[in-house]
Each structure stands twice: as structure tokens, then as C-alpha cells.
Design a protein. Structure first.
Length: 113
């Protein structure tokens, strides 16, 4: 893993921050593309955006999950373990939202009005 990420105090919270950012970006980019030109909102693009956002969210959740354990010489994990579990759990919630939003792109035509 990259050293500065490994030392960062924000590492346990990465699932929360990365998941939220991925969901917001997926929603905003997908919505803006359909608003500008509804023909751009194809299932392929919606699914691709969803895959990128889901990948980022899973990565953030894994970083949070791994950060909950204390490293050698750190002592008890305490708050770090709680933050890691919260980060991983919220990443799962954001992943579910991203997947539902991606699936709707396959069910509802973009130019349906």
C-alpha cells in the first residue's frame, strides 16, 4: 500500500469519504449528461459510471476495513477500530445506492418523458 495512505489518520474513514464522493460524482455526471442531451444517457454509459464509482467505493471500504486493526507498536486500536467499521459499513451503503442507481439506467430510457 502507498506509505502516506498507510500512515494517514483518515485511513479508517476512507470508506465514508470515498464512497460519498463516488456516489455524488456518479449521480451528478449521469444527471448532467442526460440533462444536456438525453441520448448520452445510454445504459452502457450509466453502467460504466456505476462500475467506476462502485470500484472506488469498494477500494475505500477495503482501506477502512484494513485500518481497523492496530499496526505493530500502536497498542489497542480503540477509536481506530470503530472508525474503520463505520467507514466500511458506510461504503457498503453507498455501494448499494450506486448499484441501484446504475440499475435504473438499464430499466428507464433516458429520453423517456
Amino acid at each position: 500500500m502507498i506509505r502516506w495512505i498507510d500512515r494517514s489518520g483518515l485511513r479508517p474513514w476512507s470508506g465514508l469519504f470515498v464512497g460519498a464522493a463516488a456516489w455524488v460524482l456518479q449521480h451528478q455526471i449521469g444527471s448532467d449528461l442526460v440533462y444536456w442531451d438525453c441520448r448520452l444517457g445510454t445504459p452502457l454509459l450509466t453502467g460504466g459510471l456505476g462500475l467506476v464509482a462502485a470500484g472506488a467505493t469498494v477500494l475505500g471500504g477495503l482501506i477502512s476495513w484494513r485500518a481497523r486493526r492496530a499496526r505493530p507498536g500502536e497498542g489497542e486500536p480503540g477509536n481506530r477500530a470503530f472508525a474503520g467499521m463505520v467507514g466500511a459499513a458506510t461504503a457498503g451503503i453507498f455501494l448499494l445506492a450506486i448499484l441501484f442507481q446504475s440499475l435504473i439506467g438499464f430499466m428507464v430510457p433516458a429520453c423517456h418523458a
